[in-house]
Ligand binder design. Sequence first.
Ligand code: GLN
Length: 194
Amino acid sequence: MKIGVLALQGAFEEHIVMLKKLGAETAEVRLSEQLDDLDGLIIPGGESTTIGKLMVDFDLLEPIREFGLAHAIWGTCAGAILLSKDAHREQPLLELMDITVERNAFGRQLDSFEAGLDVDFLKQATGAGDPFHAVFIRAPIIESVGADVETLISLPDGRIVAAQQGHLLATSFHPELTGDTRFHEYFLSLVGAG
Ligand code: GLN
């Protein structure tokens, strides 16, 4: 299984390390040709406006959109914003997932925080459903999800921080910054199913 990580800006190296731990073949993606032999793609956290503009400059926006119609893509944080169809701002988006997001939704006081998330749904793919230690950094929330989108994780106050639409996965937080590979394993299970 070969997984690409979009490597224009942001926390792409950390994803590569996690994928390697799980034995996947990896590739840093900066050119559309590099999508050709991939089974799945991760769009990392970073700054979504910057990554979006670079995707336009590198002629990657349309190729990744097409890739996502048939292959698994996982967006973490800024990557989740890029997968959305609406972020309430003028910025390039892939518009692959029927979700709307609010950027930097946790305000100044909670700019960055950590939380133990209930991830019972990970049990089947990974064998362990104990709480996931999640790191949020100037994170978006998933404000609303369309009919075809499954909410995977909400915070106790109801705000959605992980959602899935078929082979597309969006998380507000950064599983690549923890030692816990369960989310990456879950993503690989979506890649394998596709
Ligand atoms: N705040 C960033 C944005 O809106 C996302 C932050 C992140 O990816 N950690 O693009």
